[in-house]
Design a protein around this ligand. Structure first.
Ligand code: SF4
Length: 240
């Protein structure tokens, strides 16, 4: 199931168009079962990508605008489809060294760090690991900054395909302790607060007979030029 919101009111995504994606039987059923943040016991096999939805995500970039999203599926299954004219998919790397490897091979990546990471690093706004820069999401420390404007005129940081840094998020939400610990399963930020409300509602929505890809393509056509679209705030590219 896919829920679409033309103008998000949430802090980080205010001003963006956003979607939520959820399995019908269980909200985690479009996510990889082995994702380190998913302790539900539900989800897809590592290679079970929904090819129709993946193509729709990639194609659904507003004219003269930007589109971004994240996936916990291995880049093996989607990175070859990235293109400057399409949505940028970021690999949600399970740890910092995996994020570094992605940057070194030209794959956009993000990683989650523990709550005390920045304090331990002198309250810096970025870090450098093996010569590769990790940049903290500016929405975490700058008021009035979010996905719609975090990169200025160039593009939101996560919507830049060709970049020499990965983006870093501080673990947050009810599961932040687990999310910040690569050895602990669980901690998905979408499993609490307002995101969880949207995610549960998406899973429970009435089926209109359309595929998520069809819903997404129809929604993208309604967006005005220069929009910023953030795909599946919750959920992933898996096939339920
Ligand atoms: S760094 Fe990424 S998540 Fe953070 S505000 Fe920019 S686009 Fe959004």
């Amino acid at each position: 199931m896919l829920k679409t919101v033309k103008l998000s009111q949430a802090n980080k995504t205010a001003g963006c168009a956003v979607t939520y994606r959820a399995g019908k039987a269980n909200k985690y059923d479009t996510c990889p079962a082995k994702c380190e943040l998913n302790a539900s016991g539900r989800g897809c096999a590592p290679s079970a990508v929904d090819a129709e939805y993946l193509d729709a995500v990639l194609d659904s970039k507003p004219r003269s605008g930007h589109a971004l999203t994240y996936s916990h599926f291995s880049p093996l299954y989607w990175a070859h489809k990235l293109h400057p004219q399409k949505t940028v998919i970021n690999y949600s790397a399970p740890n910092l060294s995996a994020a570094v490897s992605c940057v070194e091979t030209g794959i956009p990546a993000v990683a989650v760090v523990p709550v005390d990471f920045w304090k331990k690093n002198g309250n810096a706004k970025n870090t450098n690991i093996d010569g590769v820069r990790g940049v903290r999401c500016p929405a975490e420390y700058l008021a009035g900054v979010g996905c719609v404007n975090c990169g200025g005129d160039k593009a939101p940081l996560c919507a830049r395909l060709d970049r020499d840094f990965f983006v870093m998020f501080t673990a947050h939400g009810v599961g932040k302790k687990k999310a910040g610990d690569p050895d602990a399963a669980g901690g998905c930020y979408a499993d609490g607060g307002n995101v969880a409300l949207h995610w549960n509602a998406t899973s429970n929505a009435d089926d209109d007979g359309l595929t998520d890809a069809q819903r997404l393509r129809a929604f993208a056509k309604t967006l005005p030029p220069r929009s910023v679209l953030r795909h599946h705030i919750a959920g992933d590219i898996g096939k339920e």
